[in-house]
Design a protein. Structure first.
Length: 339
């Protein structure tokens, strides 16, 4: 046992040696301090990592490379502390030194720009990264503009949100994601419905919930007939399906069957959505006579979880961009098992 202990001591991890020197108050070299701070950041102790790295700012005669390494580490520390504006200034300096060749610095800089609201700069950097990685397309670049719009929409800044949506639509006028956000901005209820109509095919569940919410506005203004007419006259099969659910909820089963027959003749792909609604119905006991079909469907939709496929963060609502990892369109509905 003693021999084994001596063996471990002799071949101790280099980091342990640095940590022991630090604990004993001994002077560390620049690189030892850098490694020590990086270790604490990786452990999630961001304030300690920052304090260690900050002491190196006062160290004299650092080379340009050492300064860049320090800028990178402090920038990453600031991201851990969620002080994104401070992170941007350090990461820009590091990125300039590395000439865009350090992928970790670029990803961190992009994330810091996004979360500090500097989306014009983020968009320029994103385009540069996409071109370099040969992943650029008008559609993917438009989606990134939509992520910017969503950021400002969350802050209640509709003016800036519209600016980025306008840019996105110039790149691709048919993006469902753009119309989904425009529906949130639009005050005219019928125009709001037109945007939702264009988003329904890609985001049926989200739009289904939004239209059900809009129904309250129509009720309050005594304009339910206008809503019904809009849904009935829509050429989008998913909107027609929503209209059928209204008919069923109102007890007009014969008319609902008639419209459903017309719908299947018009678009066979509607079956995929119907199967999911059937799944909901089975899970919620379709035999329950005390609740309408519409209420049961909405009950399930309101309990859908949205989960990021990149970092697994869960949300109660759908977002274009994951605020945790920055992934664009990485969030999708997660259907839990219903008892």
């Amino acid at each position: 046992m003693r021999i084994f202990s001596l063996f471990r001591k002799k071949f101790k991890d280099p980091f342990e040696k640095v940590l022991n020197k630090f604990r004993k108050g001994k002077d560390l070299s620049f690189h030892e301090y850098l490694v020590l701070g990086d270790h604490f950041r990786k452990e999630g102790v961001f304030s300690k990592a920052y304090k260690i790295h900050k002491t190196l700012l006062f160290k004299k005669n650092l080379s340009r490379e050492e300064k860049a390494m320090l800028d990178k580490s402090i920038g990453l520390d600031y991201i851990g502390l969620k002080q994104f504006e401070e992170a941007v200034s350090f990461l820009w300096k590091a990125d300039n030194f590395y000439r865009g060749k350090d992928e970790e610095v670029r990803r961190a800089l992009l994330f810091a720009l996004e979360n500090s609201g500097k989306w014009d700069e983020a968009i320029e950097l994103k385009k540069e990264i996409m071109i370099k990685e040969k992943k650029y397309s008008d559609e993917s670049f438009a989606l990134y503009h939509i992520a910017a719009s969503e950021y400002f929409l969350k802050l209640g800044d509709t003016k800036k949100a519209k600016k980025f949506l306008t840019r996105a639509l110039k790149l691709n006028e048919n993006l469902a994601e753009a119309h989904l956000l425009l529906a949130d901005i639009e005050k005219n209820i019928l125009k709001k419905l037109e945007h939702l109509e264009r988003a329904f095919r890609k985001f049926p569940f989200i739009v289904f919930k939004k239209i059900n919410t809009i129904k309250t506005d129509f009720l309050e203004k005594g304009k339910m007939k206008e809503l019904w007419n809009f849904l009935e006259q829509s050429n989008d099969p998913f909107m027609k399906l929503f209209y059928i659910s209204f008919l069923l909820a109102s007890g007009e089963e014969e008319k609902a069957r008639e419209k459903l027959g017309e719908l299947f003749e018009y678009d066979k792909n509607i079956f995929s959505f119907m199967i999911l609604l059937l799944y909901f119905g089975i899970k919620l006991n379709m035999g329950d006579k005390n609740a309408s079909l519409m209420d049961r469907i909405i009950s399930v939709l309101n309990n859908i979880e949205y989960r990021c496929g990149s970092c697994s963060k869960s949300y109660r609502e759908f977002f274009i961009r994951c605020e945790n990892c920055g992934g664009v369109l990485s969030i999708s509905p997660f259907f839990p098992e219903w008892s």
